[in-house]
Design a protein around this ligand. Structure first.
Ligand SMILES: CC1(C)Nc2nc(N)[nH]c(=O)c2N=C1O
Length: 160
């Protein structure tokens, strides 16, 4: 099995409920078990500001699924949450991103792992630190170091 990290985000239709439901759905994927889930954090949107604040989190999975099988499931869960891509970087009910898949680097037409924006988004880095403070990227950079260098998006820790 492989340890994979999935990022969650939402800013429509009760984001904390969307994330909580998505965690349960991820935990029940085939040949997959939920190892840990991060706290949830609220923050202002990075990019277009004319949309609601986001809630973000991450989960640590142990899976036998391939990266592409896992991606298929993530996209199916997003669809089940009624995600509509009306505009690039626009608001959405649920965003699931495959952040890390073991120590693999993957770059194909469907998948970029580690996630391309991971290193400069505190709403991704902080949940990853919650899950594994020792986490290191395939290229050797530590998540802890990246988090310290990352622009501060004033994350607000939400109560469990
Ligand atoms: C619109 C954009 C870039 N900004 C975000 N901003 C925040 N705070 N959280 C997100 O998950 C997020 N996702 C995005 O895709």
């Amino acid at each position: 099995t492989v340890v994979a990290y999935v990022g969650l985000g939402s800013n429509l239709e009760d984001p904390t409920a969307q994330l909580a439901r998505a965690v349960a759905e991820l935990a029940s994927l085939p040949n997959t078990s939920l190892m840990a889930q991060s706290a949830f954090y609220a923050s202002r949107p990075v990019g277009p500001q004319d949309q609601p604040d986001f809630v973000n989190g991450a989960v640590q999975l142990s899976t036998e699924l391939s990266p592409h099988q896992l991606l298929d499931h993530l996209q199916a869960i997003e669809q089940a949450h009624g995600r509509e891509r009306l505009r690039h970087w626009g608001p959405r009910t649920l965003d699931l991103d495959l952040l890390l898949y073991g120590n693999d680097s993957i770059h194909d037409e469907r998948l970029t792992v580690p996630h391309a924006e991971l290193a400069n988004r505190d709403f991704v880095l902080q949940p990853l630190l919650d899950l594994n403070p020792e986490l290191v990227l395939p290229d050797g950079r530590s998540i802890e170091t990246l988090r310290q260098a990352c622009p501060d998006n004033q994350l607000r820790l939400l109560p469990p």
